[in-house]
Design a protein around this ligand. Structure first.
Ligand SMILES: [Zn+2]
Ligand SMILES: [Zn+2]
Length: 364
């Protein structure tokens, strides 16, 4: 049996290949028939060569770390540990931690994790990413059964939505009735809106750029109470107005490559409030940081990376409950042959074609 895969062989260079699928699953693991794969900023970074330069994975590689599929084969040990059977539909956590290093044991970032979508094509079958139509699943992988009645596109939202729950609830500790400011209206921003709504926030205020007006419309449909256009608004003043001068309880920054939102967060949060930083700033340092304001206000500031087991569970629950119009997130569904243009679209390199959530769908 062969898998069809988009192999990233160098920066901005895909090669489409047919690769042999192992006859048997790895010991304690499984072979997955990949239904679809989502994408995010990490796919863009990888495509441009940024992650390889940073030492995360190297070419050639089959990318794709937001994976949905069906168990094609697995051995008795895998079946027993995961509680799944051949034919089951599962979401795959893209990070496979070792489970036993000191970091794993205290619940932080594993020192020996491997990352689906970043493992070398030269390692065994090479089928380690969701841009391939089949994939090997290692025993240490976290798998989640997911409802059959969801579209591939809806099911794939488990990945961005997981981050929303982690950032707003697990790290941001949002309580019922609290107010939250979400900076940025992309996938992670909208996921944060859903998590905040689901947890009973009283005010959910979302910022976006002028060109993101359609995303702010979706934010309102997901439960946001106010939206603000960043270029037209002094965020700190607007938040003071909306909260009777008190400031919000929690701020979530999801904006990439921008420092102003970090300053806005410190100004907009209440005394003793919390800020979760989830927007990567391109490995650049912030030139001016209002540290005195941070400590005078006794602000708690937390860095967020990826999502936890708990976040994925909550995201799957939310999608399966069908209480929110999550399909509004979908802007593009493409076959694997269209992956390169899809990445460029997500990166904003295709004029006149704004993207929010893109699904790659494999044919079987
Ligand atoms: Zn991702
Ligand atoms: Zn570990």
């Amino acid at each position: 049996m062969k898998a069809t895969a988009a192999v990233l062989v160098a920066d901005r260079t895909f090669d489409f290949r047919e690769l042999a699928v192992p006859d048997a699953p790895p010991a304690g693991g499984a072979i997955l028939q990949v239904e679809g794969c989502g994408m995010c900023g990490s796919d863009i970074e990888q495509y441009k060569g940024g992650t390889a330069k940073a030492g995360i994975g190297a070419f050639p590689v089959i990318p794709g770390h937001e994976i949905l599929g069906r168990i094609h084969s697995l051995d008795a040990d895998g079946a027993r540990r995961w509680g799944v059977a051949e034919g089951d539909r599962v979401a795959v956590h893209g990070v496979a931690p070792c489970g036993v290093c000191p970091s794993c044991m205290n619940g932080s970032k594993c020192v020996d994790a491997f990352y689906y979508g970043f493992r070398s094509l030269n390692d065994r079958s090479g089928l380690w990413g969701g841009y391939g139509s089949y994939m090997e699943v290692e025993p240490r992988t976290r798998l989640y059964r997911i409802a059959e009645d969801l579209s591939v596109e809806d099911a794939l939202l488990f990945n961005p939505f997981a981050a929303g729950f982690d950032w707003v609830i697990r790290l941001g500790k949002l309580q019922v009735g609290e107010t939250v400011l979400i900076l940025g209206g992309g996938q992670r921003g909208l996921a944060s809106v859903l998590a905040a709504k689901d947890a009973g926030a009283s005010q959910i205020i979302v910022t976006g750029l002028q060109r993101d007006a359609f995303k702010l419309e979706i934010a309102l449909q997901f439960g946001a109470t106010h939206t603000l256009i960043a270029e037209e608004t002094d965020i700190a003043v607007a938040i003071a107005d909306l909260t009777s001068g008190r400031g919000v309880d929690l701020v979530i920054d999801t904006t990439p490559n921008a420092f102003q939102p970090v300053t806005d967060a410190i100004k907009a949060v209440r005394n003793g409030g919390r800020i979760v930083l989830g927007g990567i700033k391109g490995h650049k340092d912030m030139p001016e940081f209002p540290i005195d304001e941070l400590l005078m206000k006794q602000i708690e500031m937390i860095g967020a990376l990826s999502s936890s087991h708990w976040g994925v569970q909550q995201a799957i629950r939310l999608v399966e409950e069908k209480r929110y119009p999550v399909h509004l997130m979908h802007t593009h569904s493409v076959p694997i042959e269209g992956v390169e243009r899809a990445i460029q679209t997500l990166a904003g390199e295709v004029p006149g074609d704004p993207a929010l959530h893109i699904s790659i769908i494999h044919k079987h």
